[in-house]
Design a protein around this ligand. Structure first.
Ligand code: ADP
Ligand code: MG
Length: 265
């Protein structure tokens, strides 16, 4: 490195422009070779820093979202799940539903890709700069019930309203008692028209009463707010997890758990 570059390097370090410092020597060499103008040279250096910062903030947003795994729409085999309208998913991937505070609900039996698709949309949102939080319905109501018991419910509710997108996975696998249902209702009401929810459930809407300990009134109140501005993706296919085993004849096919027509929206 020339003494001038050493000096420049020192300034970049003091300004914490670490990526610029890293690429300085190479970019300077290229600039000399290709006779870049001063502005082009500076632009190249700054672009490297801007890209590095974007990657860093995106990665930290993805980490803070607590996805159970990171899979994208490109990883999803739509030919395996013909009941899904690929065009609808592509439209959702443009993320307009987040700007409009709308919800997306994935319904279907286990293994059909509900979590995969919810995470894929969540990842897109995080990459686009939205704050995202991914949790299971069970973890969510446990956290809310604990906050209620500790008189911190309002604070917790506020925290859960901060992400522009909240993914609530696996509603319906475990029944919720009255207190849990009330907590969930309050959260859904608070986020209503303010922040989007992506929700996945193995239960059709007509069976939601059973999730809330047979309380159809509570189920309707939650559904009312969730579905007012929403898209429902009703997946009626085979489990992807079991496809290879089924092909090998190890498992008999199951009747489809969710029949069509239940979707309210
Ligand atoms: P669900 O949430 O509906 O129970 P998941 O989304 O967890 O199902 O899917 C189970 C596993 O199978 C995951 O690893 C997921 O990535 C994968 N998977 C499901 N459907 C597909 C698909 N159509 N193409 C590719 N992978 C899939
Ligand atoms: Mg799942």
């Amino acid at each position: 490195m020339t003494p001038d570059q050493e000096r420049l390097s020192h300034h970049l370090r003091r300004l914490k422009l670490h990526r610029m410092e890293q690429v300085l020597a190479t970019v300077a060499e290229d600039a000399t070779k290709s006779q870049l103008s001063y502005t082009d040279f500076l632009t190249q250096l700054l672009e490297a820093e801007v890209d590095a910062r974007y990657e860093r903030t995106t990665l930290s947003r993805i980490r803070l979202a607590h996805f159970p795994f990171t899979k994208s729409l490109a990883d999803f085999d739509f030919s395996f799940q013909p009941s899904i309208d690929q065009k609808k998913l592509k439209e959702l991937a443009k993320l307009r539903f987040i700007d409009q505070g709308e919800n997306v609900i994935f319904l279907g039996p286990p293994g059909v890709g509900k979590t995969h698709l919810a995470v894929a949309l969540g990842l897109k949102a995080a990459e686009a700069g939205y704050r995202v939080l991914c949790t299971t319905a069970t973890d969510l109501v446990t956290t809310l019930a604990k906050a209620l018991a500790e008189h911190r419910f309002e604070d917790r509710l506020k925290l859960l309203c901060q992400p522009k997108l909240l993914i609530i996975d696996e509603l319906g696998y475990l029944p919720l008692d009255k207190r849990d249902a009330t907590c969930l209702f309050q959260l859904v009401s608070r986020r209503y028209e303010r922040g989007s929810i992506i929700l996945t459930s193995n239960k059709s809407y007509s069976d939601w009463g059973t999730i809330f300990a047979g309380d159809n009134v509570m189920a309707s109140a939650i559904l009312d707010r969730l579905l007012h501005h929403s898209a429902t993706i009703n997946i009626k296919g085979e489990s992807y997890r079991l496809k290879d085993k089924r092909r090998a004849g190890l498992i008999q096919p199951l009747p489809t758990l969710l029949e069509g027509g239940e979707a309210l929206a």
